[in-house]
Design a protein around this ligand. Structure first.
Ligand code: SF4
Length: 481
């Protein structure tokens, strides 16, 4: 947040903000697009206008954003704490109180509950509306001040499927790993379970920029949403029966393998576990997918061909949304999308890749800064061992990145470098050998995919093991290895 104009005057009572209008460059608070706005307040009523220079919205706002300033002057906005007239009696009326009285009641309730029932008897629940700094402070308050393990936030449900899947595939929980504006450089965009034309209209300018260059749009959605209608006009709309996204995506991988669209060099040099993913997809041949999902076989093939052709021309982007994720098999559905993206060789170039569209204002920041129950600030898993002591001479961590062969190689690394507390080791960079499906795939992955007109699985050992912690498991070898 940048204060463009900060007039402060000194009066006899000391420093105070005068009632003059100031303009602040900030963000719409409502959704993950975080559109840039210029908010003018200080005097009332507050007003806003879209920020023409902010790269995400470039001067656009949706109807929610245009009203973001109105809550500042809303007559029902709370301006002071309210407490129950009779402490502990929820039926008594709410009455105004001073901050001191309100905070004393909070402290008494928290300490009294923990004294009677233990530290975990008090829970802390954050939200995607908090800034990174507030999310970090709230996590520290819960774990360090209250010393409770009962902390979570509303991202627990929102995109936990996507977080779990991307952790397993890429080793990091990062919703969108590239700027939204990169969509304009893609030659094809596929979105599954999302409808940005209705939910975040300013984002569509990036889709439209790609389409103006001739890019195709593939939308997977049971409904003919505005986004799906755009795909029908220039691309393909796949409308599976609700709850059948996973068979549809496995069918797309099946088509990619069978029709020769797999980027074998990419798969061989940058992934593991492709064999298992393709085997899972093998049972979903197009005719079976059509009978299960209602999506015509021709549309399925056309969608895969659009993505594969775009990948060969320049790049394609695959996006996952909540519609496909918030199911009992949501994690598998995101895994299937990521597997397809890796099979086509999409991640790792500009204008190409895989990402998930975040929903809440700062849902991503909540997970990155310690609000999620199983994740500490900086992506660190709650089950990670504490960092080793640092070397007094160099100040560098003495902890090895891959202490044991069984440890997943991406455990200590992120796409941008080793995790805090880990020294670089031979398993860096992880993109040379990112996992395709399971954390154990590296240790277990002892076979490789071979290229041929009639694809078969080879039982031979790869030409080289990319990392010291990716050796095959010890013990008897299967024939041919
Ligand atoms: S798209 Fe999202 S961030 Fe942008 S104005 Fe609308 S609600 Fe606000």
């Amino acid at each position: 947040m940048v204060l463009l104009d900060t007039p402060v005057v000194r009066t006899g009572a000391g420093l105070r903000q005068p009632p003059v209008r100031t303009t602040t460059r900030t963000h719409c608070p409502y959704c993950s697009l975080q559109c840039g706005i210029l908010l003018t307040a200080g005097g009332r009523p507050a007003t806003l206008e879209p920020d023409p220079d902010f790269p995400t919205n470039r001067g656009g706002l949706c109807s929610k954003g245009w009203t973001a300033h109105e809550l500042l002057d809303h007559p029902e906005r709370l301006l002071s704490p309210l407490v129950r007239a009779v402490p502990g009696d929820r039926t008594s009326p709410l009455v105004e109180a001073s901050w001191e009285e309100a905070l004393e009641r909070v402290v008494a309730a928290v300490t009294g509950t923990q004294a009677r029932h233990g530290r975990d008897a008090v829970g802390v629940f954050g939200g995607g509306g908090l800034t990174n700094e507030k999310a970090y402070a709230l996590g520290k308050f819960a774990r360090v001040a209250l010393r409770t393990s009962a902390i979570d936030y509303n991202g627990r449900f929102c995109m936990s499927s996507a977080a779990a899947a991307t952790n397993r595939v890429f080793g990091v929980d990062r919703g969108l790993p590239f700027p939204l504006a990169d969509l304009a450089d893609a030659d094809a965009i596929m979105i599954t379970g999302g409808n940005p034309a209705a939910t975040m209209p300013p984002a569509m300018q990036h889709f439209d920029a790609a389409r103006a260059r001739g890019a195709s749009l593939v939308v997977v959605d049971p409904r003919r949403t505005p986004t799906a209608a755009a795909a029908a006009a220039q691309g393909v709309h796949l409308a599976p029966v609700p709850g059948t996204d996973l068979p549809l995506l496995l069918g797309m991988l099946h088509v990619a393998v069978r029709d020769g669209f797999v980027d074998h060099e990419y798969v061989e040099t940058r992934t593991t576990g492709f064999e298992a993913a393709a085997a899972a997809a093998a049972q979903w041949w197009p005719d079976r997918v059509e009978r299960t999902t209602g999506v015509p076989e021709g549309d399925l093939r056309r969608a895969v061909r659009l993505l594969a052709d775009a990948s060969r021309r320049g790049g394609a982007v695959m996006l996952s949304g909540r519609g496909a994720e918030q199911h009992a098999n949501g994690t598998d559905t995101v895994l299937a999308q990521a597997n397809l993206a890796l099979a086509l060789g999409l991640p790792g170039r500009p204008g190409s890749g895989f990402g998930t569209v975040t929903g809440q204002g700062n849902g991503q920041g909540g997970r990155e800064h310690g609000l999620k129950a199983d994740q500490l600030p900086g992506y660190r898993s709650i089950s990670d061992p504490p960092p080793a002591p640092t070397s007094p001479a160099s100040g560098a961590s003495t902890r090895r990145c891959c202490p044991a062969p069984a440890a997943p190689p991406t455990r200590c690394s992120t796409p941008s470098g080793p995790r805090a507390g880990c020294a670089p080791c031979s398993c860096w960079p992880p993109t040379r050998w990112s996992r395709l499906r399971t954390p154990s795939a590296c240790a277990a992955g002892s076979r490789r995919w071979t290229t041929s007109s009639s694809p078969t699985w080879s039982s031979r050992r790869p030409r080289r093991w990319p990392t010291s912690c990716c050796r095959p498991p010890s013990g008897p070898r299967r024939p041919g290895r």
